[in-house]
Design a protein around this ligand. Sequence first.
Ligand SMILES: NC(=O)c1ccc[n+]([C@@H]2O[C@H](COP(=O)([O-])OP(=O)(O)OC[C@H]3O[C@@H](n4cnc5c(N)ncnc54)[C@H](OP(=O)(O)O)[C@@H]3O)[C@@H](O)[C@H]2O)c1
Length: 440
Amino acid sequence: MSLTHPAHADRTDANRDVRIALLGCGTVGSGVARLLVNSTSSVPARSGVDYWLAGIGVRSLSKPRPPEIPAGLFTEDARGLVDDPTIDVVIECIGGTGVAAEFVVAALEARKHVVTANKDLLATRGPELRALAAARGVTIAYEAAVGGAIPIVRTIAESLAGEEILEVGGVLNGTTNFILSEMFGGATYAGALAAAQRLGFAETDPTNDVAGIDAAHKLAILAQLAFRRGLVTHEIPRTGITALSRDDHGLAKRAGWRLKLIACARTDSSIVTPAYVPTEHPFAQPVGPQNCIRVTGRSSGSLTFAGTGAGSGPTASSVVGDVVAVLRRITANRNAGVSTASTMLEPVREDVLEKSIPLRRVLRLATLGDVRPAREALVGSGIAAEPLDGLPAVVTAPLDSEGARCIETLIAAREIGAASVIPLWEDLSVVPSTSPLLEV
Ligand SMILES: NC(=O)c1ccc[n+]([C@@H]2O[C@H](COP(=O)([O-])OP(=O)(O)OC[C@H]3O[C@@H](n4cnc5c(N)ncnc54)[C@H](OP(=O)(O)O)[C@@H]3O)[C@@H](O)[C@H]2O)c1
């Protein structure tokens, strides 16, 4: 049974109930609170331990709250909950890297397990927080920080712990995917953004989403897990979707592609970029606010996960899944008489993946007709450009970032009239470890 009575528990009693504090009761926090106070919740049965939801820290007590959450639980003294020595688990649903970071650090320092949905925090300070949790023998769990209800964090950290991961990423931001889906249907960028804001898929200030920052946060978290490296958001080469036009989508239609915001990391490189993706590719499939995440391992091959990447219900479900995992760990530690940290707390390496993933670029030329002048200008600069079959005003060129810079120079000097230069997504070619090629 889930309990909400804030009774004081005896910390020396190995079988006592676990006491949980929830920080934040907005979109995600209210969903979590509903699940935790629900008397028919299966959380205790699944975790093998009863818990008390001891308090909910919020900014303002004057805001209306869901009626099913007991009013007596709310407090404006969130820090008091974190500092309460009887609290075992802190769930952080405030967001951002300000006060939320302060609370998470204080909780870990005090040997409390932390569950959080805070991608900004994990993406920018993940390596440091994981090291702190490991040093204190507690868990920091953050399944909800990437892909809402899609179970990707624990899949990489635990199910794929024995795998050599070569690539991770995909369509990680639902807001931009909604906007790009609308534009594919004929909307302008401004019209699609307005629709996303009207439907609650985009915030009033959409910068974090449309500039690719949110996707880079999630990619940093996935890459930290997949490659055990301290990659943080600002090290990822990033381009957002604001410069894309209806004509770019028109080209995608004619070529049998979709335009998607792809966030992807490989063992030595990473990128967040709009890219043309062949229609049959898994990254082309998500519509509206859906996400698609693919992990490619040397032995496992490619595994694809898809689903709703945000929203109160899916994200809260993911947070509560982490709570059950933490409660199970507490039970296991008590039975073993020891305190062990989460298996996801691998040490991270110092080196980073700052290199950009090299991708072929598609140049949509400003004038229809003969592509030869543009092609010759490119060839003259050492870039082997090819016309694209059936599309007269398009050439493609295989480019690293130096080649991309060279094209920018040619465009600036008006030597080629390019209306847009957008990467064409190319999969990593994976050689399975059992391939005879490797035995040569
Ligand atoms: N929304 C999603 O779909 C989604 C999906 C995945 C992950 N996330 C992540 O989940 C986290 C929460 O997002 P959200 O959308 O639920 O945010 P939100 O709706 O804005 O809720 C934030 C909550 O934090 C509380 N809060 C703010 N400052 C506080 C302070 N100083 N002390 C105590 N409480 C404080 C607010 O209190 P008041 O209610 O009193 O204002 C509010 O309840 C973020 O890290 C976000 O990135 C969200």
